[in-house]
Write a protein that binds this ligand. Structure first.
Ligand SMILES: C=C(O[C@H]1C=C[C@H](C(=O)CCC(=O)O)[C@@H](C(=O)O)[C@@H]1O)C(=O)O
Length: 258
């Protein structure tokens, strides 16, 4: 079994860029950024419960990682970078900490490394369980209007929020709930120590107005970058800045680690 993905061929024999979207998104979301990196072969994934992978499900981080590996194998991707936003960043960090063969590095945008405190994990599991109930039983337009009023999205304007609510309301609420439960932050191991000891490059992006993940960045990576004029979803709000940063970082990293 593998995830639905869209492939864009590169122009040079470079490592693959594998893009992982955030919760309630889909593989199209990274494409404006990826289009500026056309020399690289690119793979845009639809995560379980999302997009054209809506009927695919996993039950744990381990299951998600196995599905990511089988998807990479299906496309014969032997040398790659993961570029993950939020939930996609958490999945990328978890995968990288398993020391997979072929991984060249990870670029994380607004991903949480994990909760160190057991009480915080229990509280998060309870909060996410409530979101799951809402996703299963309420109109998605109501759920996402509340979702995008969470503090982490405080930088959104009403117009931006309304656009996201309309976009996210096309999802399958039950499929999203299954993925949210399976990959809840409350179920994620704390990856800080493994990331500190990482033998692969870790770069961390955060929107300059995203206070929560600006504060977390240095706990994840030595290389941290603020994306101007952006909140949590930085690549959506300033794709040009994210693309320019990737276009600067990747060639330098690849030159040093062919
Ligand atoms: C509310 C918090 O966490 C959630 C918000 C962001 C993550 C995400 O993928 C959202 C994508 C989007 O809506 O643009 C999501 C996740 O990592 O699964 C979190 O549940 C928070 O304050 O951390």
């Amino acid at each position: 079994m593998s995830l639905h993905a869209e492939i864009h061929a590169g122009r040079q024999p470079l490592p693959w860029l594998v893009f992982l979207h955030g919760f309630s998104g889909d593989g199209r979301e990274w494409q404006p950024v990826g289009a500026a990196l056309a020399d690289f072969p690119r793979l845009y994934l639809d995560l379980p419960g999302h997009g054209a992978s809506a009927t695919t499900c996993v039950d744990s981080f381990t299951g998600m990682d196995a599905l990511l590996r089988s998807t990479l194998s299906r496309y014969n991707i032997l040398s790659y970078w993961l570029v993950g936003y939020s939930l996609g960043g958490r999945i990328a960090m978890f995968h990288a900490c398993q020391q997979p063969t072929g991984l060249q590095g990870i670029i994380i945008e607004g991903g949480h490394p994990g909760l160190a405190d057991e009480q915080a994990r229990v509280a998060r599991l309870e909060a996410d369980a409530q979101w799951c109930q809402r996703l299963r039983h309420q109109p998605l337009s109501e759920v996402f209007d509340a979702w995008y009023r969470q503090p982490v999205f405080a930088a959104l304007t009403e117009t931006e929020r309304a656009a996201l609510v309309a976009l996210r309301s096309h999802n399958d609420g039950n499929a999203l709930a299954h993925m949210l439960a399976a990959t809840s932050l409350g179920r994620q191991p704390d990856l800080r120590a493994a990331l500190r000891d990482a033998t692969f490059p870790v770069h961390y992006f955060f929107g300059e107005h995203d206070r929560k993940f600006r504060a977390l960045a240095s706990e994840v990576a030595r290389h941290c970058y603020a994306i101007p004029a952006a909140g949590h979803n930085a690549h959506r709000e300033n794709p040009a800045a994210v693309a320019a940063l990737l276009a600067r970082i990747l060639p330098l990293e690849i030159k040093d680690r062919p």
